[in-house]
Design a protein around this ligand. Sequence first.
Ligand SMILES: [Zn+2]
Length: 139
Amino acid sequence: MDCERAEEEILESFAEGRLRESGGDLELHLASCEKCRTFLEAQRMLDLRLSAAISAPSLSPAFRASLAERLQHEAVPVWPEFLPDAAHVAGCLCATALCAWVLPFAGASVWIAGLAFTVVTYLLQAAVQGSLEIWGQDP
Ligand SMILES: [Zn+2]
């Protein structure tokens, strides 16, 4: 075992909370390497100082259940994803039908203008939604 690997195992042991059983390779290396023993002792001192300085907050017994309940509520979307698109198309169809009935133009030209308006505004809505989703993502 070389010093680099020994240091990695020493650091991993602090993350796991104990020295890992590595078949004695680390112990053999530590017995013969002053540099790695010094590194291990420095890490132990740092771990002790950090443990003394930083204490974990105490959580109430109901915390875990409350957190699980909140996560479950946040995971289920309230509205289906297609709802804005469906509302947009339905609104445009209603508005176009109303215009074809009320306006003094030929019905076909109103329906063509309504279809064009629906497509253009749908694309605009999709662009705005996409930019909002990108903006709302974590960096
Ligand atoms: Zn070493």
